[in-house]
Ligand binder design. Structure first.
Ligand code: NA7
Length: 534
């Protein structure tokens, strides 16, 4: 424990998730003195914290994994098309060790504040344990879904039983066997964990605020032959992710569903529903995401499939979304989710009809009565994208607070830098990501490392976007969502799940190829929009 009180270095990366790990690697590759701080006691980010039963990829494992090292691709066998959390956590640990990054990662160091020091042109970064880093450049890879959100109903502290948030799952796990369990929330995490709780619990009550359009994951094991084939096609797979708007293996079909006769359309929907992964969402007819009538067709089809899987027609209707169409919110993937509701020990509380009044010592009280519980699972999601920034006191030029700067919604230039916050870089932050996150952030991490290395070569000490460039980027980001069907739904992508948050679009709807094109064009034009100083 003879760590120096203050560590001075070129760059500090915050967050040991899939994006931060690559960022650390790519900074070191360019000869920069970089280290990392991470709040958790292990690496993996989302794959470290979300260790609940059922947690897994919705992206193809090999399209989510790293592409930067041929050796890593050759050494790592994915066991399933959509790998589970333990495997992905092992993979990220493997990468950290392979590239000798572990000695640069400071675990259990949660950043509480970061302050720009204009005199020294450095950041002062302080962690909960009192350690201080003085990097010239601060690179935040905080994750878009890493600040857990809890219900605002009173009495949460009165409750005496076991509890866990899916995004803060205890390492020792929770045994549901023979217990009365509530799961609150039916987003991707709730939909993944519910079948596992139902399998073991004596009684399960699902508290649903809004149903989602869930479709089957249709996961399968990757055979050695398939793994060899994936390796052989890895360049082609990379190209596919680069051409896909979502950075995934998928892009919309070129056909319009409205031009098609209903039977042919139905055959297409059957094929999509029975295909693996997010194909129904990401590789559907081109107009399903754009045209209300086309969307209505897809939505009606999925509703029919749900009705066919749930025995009680009244219950089936409660599991079918009425407030939004398919794809307007991030659709969860499921494995046996709907069938769970056919089991006698499982019940569904729709909180719209039966609101939660309070948590009690022994469970949950609703307007209709009291539910005695041994365990409450909070699958209640995250304060998305900006939440992880808002939980740190970040101060730029003249003490300007990032929280204040972002009060009416996030403000960035290219999703990479912020006016008034010199040498602050965002990787996987607001206004830049969508879909398969590593394919959004590996490009950003390369850009950040290249930019910092170039500054060092040229003897430049600070970089910051102009206010005008920031304004223009915000207009561009917002222009990409206006008029889309997604815009009409309340979702975490707009911060709608956080009470009191001003509605603002937090992701990038223009597609990752366009995103990269915009960043490249500005960079090639002598870093248009950024000003550097020596
Ligand atoms: P999500 O998708 O934000 O889901 C959270 C769920 O919790 C969602 O069903 C919410 O209902 C529900 N929720 C939130 N607060 C409450 C309260 N107070 N009472 C009842 N229900 C509540 O988070 P996940 O962790 O499932 O998934 C996050 C992402 O991870 C996902 O999009 C994928 O990209 C992977 P709501 O819909 O807001 O009405």
């Amino acid at each position: 424990e003879s760590q120096p009180a203050v560590t001075t270095l070129d760059a500090l990366v915050v967050g040991a998730g899939v994006s931060g790990i690559y960022q650390l690697y790519t900074l070191r590759e360019r000869g920069l003195d970089a280290q990392m701080v991470e709040a958790g006691s292990g690496v993996g980010g989302v794959w470290y914290w979300n260790r609940y039963p059922g947690a897994r990829f919705d992206s193809e494992s090999y399209a989510y994994g790293y592409f930067f090292s041929r050796e890593l691709i050759d050494e790592w066998d994915w066991s399933e098309e959509y790998a589970g959390q333990p495997e992905t956590e092992r993979y990220l640990n493997y990468a950290v060790d392979k590239f000798d990054l572990r000695r640069l990662i400071n675990l259990e160091q949660r950043v509480t504040s970061a302050e720009w020091d204009a005199d020294d042109a450095r950041w002062t970064v302080t962690t909960q344990s009192g350690r201080v880093w003085r990097p010239r450049h601060l690179v935040t890879a905080l994750g878009i879904l890493s600040a857990p959100a809890f219900p605002s109903a009173p009495g949460l502290d009165d409750y005496r039983g076991e509890r866990a948030h899916t995004g803060l799952w205890p390492a020792e796990g929770i045994d549901f066997t023979g217990k009365k369990v509530a799961v609150i929330g039916t987003g991707s995490s709730g939909v993944q964990i519910i079948p596992f709780v139902a399998r073991d619990a004596e009684k399960l009550v699902v508290f649903q605020r809004s149903p989602n359009w869930c479709t089957p994951i249709n996961n399968f094991a990757i055979s050695p032959e398939r793994m060899a084939d994936i390796r052989g096609r890895i360049d082609e797979i990379w190209e596919t992710t680069q051409l896909s708007p979502s950075g995934s293996m998928h892009r919309p079909m070129s056909e319009s569903s409205l031009d098609m006769d209903p039977e042919e359309r139905r055959r297409h929907f059957d094929r999509l529903y029975d295909s693996p992964g997010l194909i129904m969402a990401l590789a559907n007819f081109r107009d399903v995401a754009l045209d209300k009538r086309a969307n209505d067709n897809a939505t009606a089809y999925i509703a029919e499939r749900i009705r066919a899987r749930v025995n009680d027609p009244e219950l089936a209707e409660r599991l079918i979304p009425k407030d939004h169409g398919f794809g307007q919110k991030r659709p969860p993937l499921e494995n046996g989710y709907y069938e769970v509701f056919n089991e006698p020990h499982v019940s569904l509380v729709s909180t719209g009809d039966e609101p939660i009044i309070r948590f009690t010592e022994t469970g949950i009280e609703t307007v209709r009565g009291h539910y005695d519980l041994d365990v409450i699972v909070f699958a209640t999601g995250f304060e998305a994208v900006v939440g992880s920034y808002n939980r740190v006191d970040i101060r730029g030029r003249d003490g300007l607070s990032l929280r204040d700067h972002w009060e009416a919604g996030p403000r960035t230039y290219l999703g990479l830098t912020v006016a008034g916050f010199p040498n602050l870089f965002l990787v996987g932050g607001p206004q830049s990501t969508t879909g398969n996150i590593p394919r959004a952030t590996d490009f950003q991490a390369d850009w950040v490392a290249t930019t910092i290395a170039r500054m060092r070569e040229r003897g430049e000490t600070t970089v910051e976007p102009t206010a005008a460039a920031e304004d223009a980027w915000i207009d561009h980001v917002n222009g990409g969502i206006v008029g889309t069907l997604m815009e009409t739904a309340e979702s975490w992508a707009f911060g709608s799940n956080v009470p009191g948050r001003k509605r603002a679009y937090l992701l990038y709807a223009g597609g990752l190829p366009q995103y990269r094109e915009r960043v490249r064009a500005a960079t090639d034009d002598d870093y248009r929009g950024l000003s550097f100083s020596s």
